[in-house]
Design a protein around this ligand. Structure first.
Ligand code: PLP
Length: 397
């Protein structure tokens, strides 16, 4: 008999995955080009050439015993140093290799962080709508995830509700900016106010409350929108970063965690997080990928294709009368549904349009539309969206 938690998870496989399977079913019936699948956050632009060049050169020139060997749990010193220098150059921070731990993507990084800070029964707060995997990551360590209700005007965190929920049982707070699923980037004012509330409660309760910033979409911000660097707002901050989206490398599982020197009990915390990497079974992040990203710190996926998709989708939907949040970052558009979100998702399938219900992000009444797809998918889906708008009597703008 397997564990109760895992048999429950196996039983209700996520709605996103179910949607993926539905996409394949519809494609077999109607042809792939006639299915408008906006369900998955898988980058659709290839990794920059610099990635392939670096991989080839590393495989040809680095001694295989050193290339493929074990290393310290935090990762290669020279890779961590290169990342620290790059961050310092871009954000005016003061990191060294001692502040960076290489991880198996952002997901691996979040699990390392939560393993480091949580005791069973500790509460973790996050802001709805949120990436539902957080619930699994938190429960991996016996924690309890609670979501702060959204501010549906702006989808910036609802800080009044947050203050109310920030009880002495809360050990950590997870934020995600640029945000999946809303595309919102948390502003300087938001982060300042969030930091102030957390500092106030830390001193009131007399224990640390950790801020965990999940940032796989940091490099995906449009039109010069600035994504503030979170360690500047609050000392007890962990950052979880990955190259899954910024270099289109989701399958390679490479990222890092930042632990700033201002963190309470810095040395012990850093050591504990390195050990968490080991005892969770990651041991260290993939060695070839570490070396590759160290050579590609200035490379980026070209954002112009995502940006074009973003505008085409937003304009197309709003022209048809849908209410949408104009995305500032990531590659998701968050749209209000004229009826119950699950009902809307079913109705959209009639037109071969696949989108994810807001309920899958703890925020019913909306859908997430991932625009990391071919532009033709967006253009050709508009007839179906138009029919949906008519069906629900939406007024054209
Ligand atoms: N956090 C958020 C908000 C995500 O959307 C994702 C992936 O889609 C992850 C974390 C996991 O990213 P990674 O592939 O780096 O583990």
């Amino acid at each position: 008999m397997i564990s109760k938690t895992m048999s429950r998870l196996a039983g209700n496989n996520s709605a996103i995955r179910a949607m993926f399977e539905e996409g394949n079913r519809l494609a077999a019936l109607y042809g792939r080009e006639n299915v408008y699948d906006f369900s998955l956050g898988n980058p659709n632009f290839p990794a920059p050439d610099a990635v392939k060049d670096a991989a080839t050169d590393i495989l040809e020139t680095v001694d295989p015993m050193s290339l493929h060997g074990y290393m310290s749990n935090a990762g290669y010193d020279f890779v961590r140093k290169a990342i620290a220098d790059n961050l310092n150059g871009r954000f005016g921070t003061d990191f060294s290799e001692k502040n960076i731990i290489m991880t198996v993507g952002a997901a691996g990084g979040l699990n390392v962080i939560l393993k480091t800070v949580l005791d069973p029964g500790d509460e973790v707060l996050t802001f709805a709508p949120y990436f539902l995997e957080y619930g699994n990551y938190v429960s991996n360590f016996g924690g309890v995830l609670k979501a702060v209700a959204p501010n549906t005007e702006t989808f910036q965190p609802n800080l009044d509700a947050f203050r109310e929920m920030l009880s002495p049982s809360v050990k950590a707070v997870i934020i995600n900016t640029p945000n999946n699923p809303t595309g919102v980037v948390y502003s300087d004012a938001t982060l300042r106010a969030l930091g102030d509330i957390m500092r106030e409660k830390e001193s009131e309760y007399g224990h640390e409350i950790y801020l965990i910033s999940d940032e796989p979409y940091r490099e995906l911000a449009y039109e010069g929108v600035e994504v503030p660097y979170v360690t500047k707002y609050y000392d007890n901050t962990f950052i979880g970063y990955s190259w899954s989206k910024s270099l289109s490398l989701p399958g390679e599982r490479i990222g890092y965690v930042v632990i700033p020197s201002e963190m309470a009990d810095f040395n012990t915390t850093f050591e504990a997080a390195s050990i968490a990497n080991r005892v969770l079974g990651f041991v260290n992040a993939p060695s070839l990928q570490q070396r590759i990203v160290a050579r590609c710190l200035d490379s980026k996926t070209d954002l112009s294709g995502y940006d074009d998709n973003r505008r085409t989708l937003y304009n197309g939907l709003t022209e048809r009368g849908f209410e949408c949040v104009f995305p500032q970052g990531a590659f998701y558009l968050w749209m209000k549904t004229p009826v119950d979100d699950k009902e809307f998702v079913q109705a959209a399938k009639e037109y071969n349009i696949l989108v994810v219900p807001g309920s899958s992000f703890a925020c019913p009444g909306y859908v997430r539309i991932a625009y990391c797809v071919a532009k033709s998918t967006i253009v050709n889906s508009m007839e179906g969206f138009g029919r949906l708008a008519e069906k629900y009597g939406l007024k054209k703008v």
